[in-house]
Design a protein around this ligand. Structure first.
Ligand code: 2AM
Ligand code: CA
Ligand code: CA
Ligand code: CA
Length: 262
C-alpha cells in the first residue's frame, strides 16, 4: 500500500514539476493564474486518485479538491499540492501529501517534495524514512535552542489574537520561528530533525494526516494545543521531539481561549 502511495505521489510530482517550468509564462497571463493553479491541483489530484483506485478499487477517498468518494474501512486522505501559494510564486516549498487511514487510524503516510526530490514515508510501527534513510526527530532539549516551524492563520482570523500571543512568546523563547508555508512539509521536516517542533491552528486533515504519522514514527510527539490526541479532529497541531513538545505546550497554554482547548 505504501508503494502505491509513493507511485501516486511521484506521478503528481511530475505533473507539478512540469507545470512549474511554465510559471513565468503563465504569470504573464495574470488572469489565468488561479485557473492554472487549480488546473495543476486538479490534475495532480486526479493522477493520485487514479493510481490509488486502480490498485485498490474498493477504497474510499478524501481529497482536498474533489471531496469524499466511496465508503470503506480504508480511506486515502490526499492533498495533491500543499503550499499552493508558494507554488504560484515559484517559492520552492510545497509538497504532495497522501495518508492511508484504516478505521480512522493513520497507517501509512507519504509527503513528497518534488522540487528537492525528497520522499518522506512512514508506516505505523515501522518508522519514518527520507528516501531510503531512517529519520529521527532532533535531540535538542531546550526550547531556547530550538528552531520551530509554524503557519500563520490565513482565512479564518477568529484565533489570530491567540496565535499572535503564542507567536510573541515563542519569538523570545526559541532560537527562531520559521513559516515555510506547507504544513505537510513542515511536519516532515520536524520528523527529519530539521526543525525541533511545529505548531499551527486550523489545518485540515489532508494537510496533516501523513505529516503527523511521520513525526510519531520518527520518535516525536503530536497533539492538539493542549497536548491531547485530538489534532486530526480539530486541525490544531503541536508537534516536536518529546522534550520540545512539552515546552511548546507550556508556552502555548497561557494563550488558549476556550474554543482552542476543545
Ligand atoms: P494548501 O496550499 O493545500 O491550500 C499553511 O499554513 C497551510 O495552509 C498549507 O497547508 C496550505 O495548504 C494552507 N493554505 C490554504 N490557503 C492558504 C493561504 N492563502 N496562505 C497560506 N496557506 C494557505
Ligand atoms: Ca493543504
Ligand atoms: Ca492543496
Ligand atoms: Ca488549497
Amino acid at each position: 500500500m505504501l508503494n502505491t502511495a509513493v507511485k501516486a505521489a511521484r506521478r503528481a510530482g511530475a505533473i507539478i514539476n512540469r507545470a512549474s517550468n511554465d510559471l513565468d509564462q503563465l504569470t504573464v497571463r495574470a488572469k489565468r493564474e488561479n485557473d492554472f493553479v487549480s488546473e495543476v491541483d486538479h490534475g495532480a489530484e486526479q493522477a493520485i486518485i487514479d493510481t490509488l483506485l486502480t490498485a485498490y478499487p474498493g477504497h474510499a477517498i478524501l481529497a482536498e479538491e474533489s471531496g469524499v468518494t466511496g465508503e470503506s474501512e480504508y480511506q486515502w486522505v490526499i492533498d495533491p499540492l500543499d503550499g499552493t501559494t508558494n507554488f504560484l510564486h515559484g517559492f520552492p516549498q510545497y509538497a504532495i501529501s497522501i495518508a492511508l487511514l484504516h478505521n480512522g487510524v493513520p497507517t501509512h503516510g507519504v509527503v513528497y517534495d518534488p522540487t528537492r526530490n525528497e520522499l518522506f514515508t512512514a508506516s505505523r510501527g515501522v518508522g519514518a524514512f527520507l528516501n531510503d534513510r531512517r529519520i529521527r526527530v532532533s535531540k535538542r532539549a531546550k526550547l531556547k535552542e530550538s528552531l520551530i516551524g509554524t503557519g500563520f492563520p490565513f482565512r479564518d482570523f477568529s484565533h489570530l489574537d491567540a496565535y499572535l500571543g503564542m507567536f510573541r512568546d515563542l519569538v523570545q523563547k526559541t532560537a527562531g520561528l520559521r513559516r515555510p508555508g506547507s504544513a505537510a512539509l513542515d511536519l516532515a521536516w520536524t520528523a527529519a530533525g530539521r526543525t525541533d517542533g511545529f505548531f499551527e491552528i486550523g489545518l485540515n486533515l489532508w494537510d496533516i494526516a501523513a505529516g503527523c504519522l511521520l513525526v510519531t514514527e520518527a520518535g516525536g510527539l503530536v497533539g492538539d494545543l493542549t497536548g491531547e490526541d485530538r489534532h486530526l479532529q480539530s486541525g490544531h497541531v503541536v508537534a516536536g521531539n518529546p522534550k520540545v513538545f512539552v515546552q511548546l505546550l507550556q508556552a502555548i497554554e497561557p494563550h488558549l481561549t476556550l474554543p482552542l482547548k476543545a
